[in-house]
Design a protein. Sequence first.
Length: 194
Amino acid sequence: MSVRLRLVEAADSARLLRWRNSAEVAAFMYSDHQISQAEHDRWFAAAIAASDRRYWIIEADGEPVGLANLARIDLSARKCEWAYYLGEPSTRGKGLGAGVEYIVLRHVFESRGLNKLWCEVLAGNEAVWKMHQSFGFVREALFRDHVLKDGRLQDVVGLGMLKSDWDAARPAIEARLRRLKGRGLAPEELPDAP
């Protein structure tokens, strides 16, 4: 299964609202209310126009399956944050997240030349923050009682990766992804083995 990212287009708007309002995605977002069409339209217009954000549709074998984004892109400080979700339940647990992570890391550190990428993950979403750590992210923070979800306060894990972390981790990550490629899953951007 090939994994690639493409820029979000106007035709993706309805799909994004459906994904974002699904229980499977909303469970891991900071807000858990049903997003109205008007609220979504305002967000979508701002997201497409913003210069400090980038949004991509995650595609698996050419089919849209999720959303990845960079936010708070700060070129002067050479840093940004990121997030992603898989909107199609049938794609979860199959290694797609690893492919997305690799593509984003290469984009941030190699194409954009940034020095730091960070993210925040609900502490209860252990599979995701552990996956980030397996790529070389370092746990930098625990934000206690940071988000109100389902009527209770929840902790958030803050993770960061520096360009030097990426440089050190990249060979092992690429070896791991080549093994996935042998099982039929890999990002299209995975270089050939040296």
